[in-house]
Design a protein. Sequence first.
Lengths: 472, 231
Amino acid sequence: MKNVIANKEYLSSLRELRFKVMGALVLVLLFTALAGGFVAFQTMKKEREMAQVEARETWLNQGEKNPHSAAHYGSFAFRPKSELSFFDFGVDSYVGSNVYLEAHRQNDAKFSAAQDSSSLIRFGEMTVAFVLQLLVPLLIIFLCFDAISKEKEEYTLKLMLSQGVSIQQVVWGKILGYSKALSWIILPTLLLVFVLMIAGTEAGFTADSFLRFGLVLGIYCVYFFLFLASSVLVSAYSASSRNALLSLLGIWILACIILPKATANLGASVFEAPSNFEFREAIKKDEANGIDGHNPSDKRFDALKKKVMAQYNVNSIEELPVNFDAIAMQEGEKYSSMVYSTHFDRIEQIYQQQNAISAYSALVNPYMAVRNLSMGLAGSDYKTALGFQKYAETYRYQMVEMLNNYMRDFSKTGDWEKKAPAEIYAKMPEFDFKNPGIGQVLSQQWIALLAMFLWVCLLVFAINNLSKRLTF
Amino acid sequence: MLTAKNLTKNYGTHRALDGLNLTIESGEIFALLGQNGAGKTTTINCFLGFIEPSSGEAIINGLSVKDHALETKKHLAYIPETVMLYPNLTGSENLAFFSSLAGFSYSQKELETFLLKAGLQSEAHQQRVGGYSKGMRQKVGIAIALAKKAKALLLDEPTSGLDPKASNEFSEIVKVLSKNGTAILMATHDIFRAKEIATRIGIMKEGHLVSVIEAATISANELEQLYLQTV
């Protein structure tokens, strides 16, 4: 019975001009976004990979020089583009693409794509995810706002029910039929995403890439089901098709435009983050005075001097068999790193709290759920960028530590001229940041997953308990 | 076949249907006359289960509509006042759709036979209903009812808006159905049509079935007089 209704709905949707025009429009947008996104992805990916190779070469071919000069000369870490980011840019364009790694300083990631563009980028980029998350729901609404209300207006619902079908069968049949019609738009697009992912990136036929793609497909299907089911339900409860359309457009504006902005603003005002200037000043102050305020740098320096002299059993710095400057620098590096990560974690926590409001809003707004999951799976979310920043800092520390330790052992205190051989730079492994694995993404996005599950349950329940005495 | 027992429906304080008692046997055509709001459509909706009566019950083939909502619909065919159908589908596709909802799967040939029986010319069968006239849509509605082979037929002002020829054709089909043993309940404003085809005629006023007359015992003019006096 359900299938009979589904087939009829499918057939008449395909014959309808409304669906043909809007469907074609959305399909063109999707393919344009996909082509644009993929070209931009490839360009950026190549640029960054080349830049990373170049940075490595420059690092390796520094020639003989004092290790501390090398530490100041530094290197660069580039954030790799994740394989699925051509499909969903997420926050990719707004977070920095590379970090300058140098001694004494923990730099922020700089040079985001947004900096290179006109300020119009603020209005959003045209990505496949954008079309899928915002425009396809609109297509769904226009396709099925009158699913039931029109049948009521034209008495065909009565005729259908008089043939002995239940209203549930009608609703499920409609959802099934519209899904079939929609799959003409969704499936080719996602198939192309899959082909591009496998053929156009280095993802290859791995379990991770299949799982990632499968999940992307799954969450978007669930998302569209939510819009389909709510549209049909609203249509069933509305007194007229006009009312149904107005209600549904209201819901769309609320869920896709107002709530996301409102939750982001709410997060930023409830959990206020310090400015970049305050953040840097606080670090500077704590480095000078000690993180507890009672342990200034000169005191720390004296204590270190005593400790090292005792360790080597000598009475003056000059007698030390090692380079005390290097030890002191390494100790300073350790301390500043500790101070930096303390402050970084604190500010990080504030950002997490801000984002948590948006994340929890997924429970009332499935748009947020799909947005967060999609970014996460595409590897273009905030958490991925954060992971990169932390990884780069760890790498920087390792690099400076390696150079300091080398300097400590091969020269004497006060010798800033002695040159280390060119081979030592190869001791530092290549910068090799990997985007978070799928398990990590899912565990970070459990709220979104839960929200989608709850919404499906809610709508299935609502449909199965739809009163058969709707207003006729 | 169709029985109403003390059927009553209240909308708030308004009583749309007040203790209606009615039995329609197989092969009988019962015409319900009455002004708008007299309770004719409410009666039909009770038989269809679209309206739950406040008290009393509607019984089809011995089964209470309230307890056997889907079961009783198997014995029932219904033609609404305005048969709108789906404009994007052809007449034949519309018929096939509604028949399969009732659990029938007819061949193309059988569908055409039903449509021809309902009086729809064969050129129209494969045209989309969007281009049909009201009379043509009504014929598809009849074909849907015919294809269901139901024991009872409910008609809600079936001839309103039809031209005299279509209306006459419609009467002929209804007569054939009743000869074959279908119980028919027809709500109508058309006194002359009612006199011509009905076995019995009931006149309703404000939810009451005021009088029931054997159609054979009264002339059309007398019926009109009686109707005007009643309402």
